[in-house]
Design a protein. Structure first.
Length: 156
């Protein structure tokens, strides 16, 4: 069976790794797809993005965010408090399991900051393009200006 390698496409995408994983999963039906925690990717400006993850029940001390070599890794590990150990849970609908979610970042995409509010983790990203990579305007000069100096003499 043919296998398509989507690795070159990961460099130019932010968060579309899930799409490529789903395409890979079509050829491998037994593959487990990670769906926890759910997340959104939003474009907030021309060069600004935001990843919003639903991390209900996690505190800021139980989450860690790391950016290394165009890979953004978000980890969550729930620690049980003494109060939770003494309570018997009859039904658990809020998932509190540990997770690790990875996002492929395009080149020159940097993490600007992160905030946790109302059970949502917001990670702000910005694409910083170096001056050498930005397009530049080249001025066109008109030929035959009277101000041009003549280098060679006219033939007689």
């Amino acid at each position: 069976m043919r296998h398509v390698d989507f690795a070159p496409l990961y460099r130019s995408t932010v968060g579309f790794d899930r799409l490529f994983s789903m395409l890979d999963g079509l050829s491998q039906p037994e593959a487990n797809t990670q769906t926890y925690p759910p997340y959104n990717i939003e474009r907030t400006g021309e060069n600004a993005y935001r990843i919003t993850m639903a991390v209900a029940g996690f505190g800021d001390d139980e989450l860690s965010i790391e950016s290394r070599e165009n890979v953004l890794t978000v980890k969550g590990e729930k620690t049980e408090s003494k109060d939770e150990q003494s309570v018997e849970t009859l039904y658990r609908g809020i998932a509190g399991r540990a997770f690790e979610r990875r996002f492929q970042l395009a080149e020159y995409v940097e993490v600007k900051g992160a905030s946790l509010k109302n059970g949502l983790l917001h990670i702000d990203l910005v694409r910083v393009i170096p001056e050498a990579m930005k397009p530049r305007k080249i001025a066109i000069t008109a030929a035959g200006n009277a101000n041009e100096k003549q280098i060679e003499a006219n033939a007689a």
